[in-house]
Design a protein around this ligand. Sequence first.
Ligand code: NAG
Ligand code: NAG
Ligand code: NAG
Length: 246
Amino acid sequence: MALVPLVTVLLFAGSCLGSAPPTTSPAASAASTATRTVVVDGITAIYNLGDSLSDTGNLARQGATGGLLRYTTRLPYGVTVGRATGRCSDGYLIIDFLARDLGLPLLNPYLDEGADFAHGVNFAVAGATALNTTALAARGITVPHTNSPLDLRWFKEFMNSTTSSPQEIREKLSKSLVMLGEIGGNDYNYAFLQTWPMDGGYSLGNVTRMIESVATAVDLVPEVVQSIASAAKEVLDMGATRVVNW
Ligand SMILES: *[C@@H]1O[C@H](CO)[C@@H](O)[C@H](O)[C@H]1NC(C)=O
Ligand SMILES: *[C@@H]1O[C@H](CO)[C@@H](O)[C@H](O)[C@H]1NC(C)=O
Ligand SMILES: *[C@@H]1O[C@H](CO)[C@@H](O)[C@H](O)[C@H]1NC(C)=O
């Protein structure tokens, strides 16, 4: 039965409920970096692919948000900045602090049409998985959305539409930081959720099914890692020189 608390911890580790809010705001850290106008390590843009830990507003713009994530589009999410931004936080996220510390503006979500993407784009979507819906369905796991950011569809779409040759993409990426993740936590979350008794009925049969879902999740690990590694390889092949997975 010791597995049950473990499942609980894992379930929320990648979700909104589990993300600890930052204790200082980027506004405060901006004050300390305001004088730093030099480009850090030649990085002039950040391209971020991830889930709720780094979504700065894509899911909110996709609409039709269900489940736990529906709460993130209204207060108290964003309460420390005065409005809900679509971030799964009361304020800012690690990706915001990273941008500030590199002397760059906060990353706009890709779906924010007309936003300034001169210093990067945020392709993260809350609830996103590392594996696509087809791969998860093959393991009996259904997910409430349609694609994984790791298919690089938006990333390539953006690179194509803002450059005129693969060489130009290489140059752009050589001055960039590509954040690949955190992603993959939700693949495990959804595996657990398949067997979660929503009405709180913890019978022996139900608890057994929950424990079995741990095995399903563990089985996913190699495929999740492979999916992140493939995306990393593809991005490096396109010309990225700095790729971070966390
Ligand atoms: C889903 O991912 C698998 C491998 O992980 C890949 O072979 C397949 O083409 C992908 N399907 C779609 C629709 O992207
Ligand atoms: C980007 O452009 C290249 C060549 O111009 C093409 O092969 C590729 O399919 C395009 N990708 C997307 C996502 O539009
Ligand atoms: C087991 O879980 C199902 C699905 O949530 C629920 O409907 C059922 O009442 C639970 N059974 C018991 C005996 O707790």
